[in-house]
Design a protein around this ligand. Structure first.
Ligand code: ZN
Ligand code: ZN
Length: 172
């Protein structure tokens, strides 16, 4: 199987630490070919774990001068032109996907994905903490689930903010 960008033969990497299927790496332009499952496994792994794995070269975009990013790429498995889509957490990052076989990541795109995942997790944790604080303040231990997606918790947060605002403006 050859690199869809620079045609170098891809090298298979085993990643038992992520419970992932093999990833095929281009040692020249540092792009990599992931099955959907292996990408999910790697993208949800810890950044430092990925950094100390064989995938490390794909984290920093230092080989992009070797490839033409605007050119369409073909799936390395079936040679069909891949679909380009923007990564939901970082819309300026364009990924190439064969719906049947997997996703091609150019050099550095893995780093963007892991950064964005870490940011999202941190945001979720912060929101979780805010809700915990609020529950404490209002003495609402009775709320069983403090998840930010719990509509009840969101309503309470809204009401609490409203009270804060009115208090500041001297209405309460
Ligand atoms: Zn390549
Ligand atoms: Zn394919």
């Amino acid at each position: 199987m050859n690199c869809p960008r620079c045609k170098t033969e891809l090298r298979a990497i085993e990643l038992p630490e992520f419970d992932a299927e093999k990833v095929h790496m281009c040692d020249r332009c540092e792009g990599a070919w992931y099955s959907h499952d292996s990408l999910t496994a790697v993208a949800t792994a810890d950044f430092h774990e990925v950094e100390s794995s064989e995938l490390e070269p794909g984290l920093e975009p230092d080989k992009l001068d070797l490839v033409e990013l605007d050119d369409p790429v073909a799936c390395p498995e079936c040679d069909k032109k891949m679909a380009r889509f923007s990564y939901s957490l970082s819309p300026s990052t364009l990924l190439d996907e064969c719906p049947e076989h997997g996703v091609w990541l150019d050099d550095g795109e893995l780093g963007v994905i892991l950064d964005q995942m870490a940011l999202r997790n941190a945001r979720n944790r912060r929101e979780q903490n805010d809700i915990e604080d609020m529950r404490e303040k209002m003495g609402l231990d009775a709320i069983a689930d403090g998840s930010p997606y719990n509509p009840f918790a969101i309503t309470l947060r809204f009401i609490n903010n409203l009270f804060d605002k009115r208090r500041r403006h001297g209405h309460l």
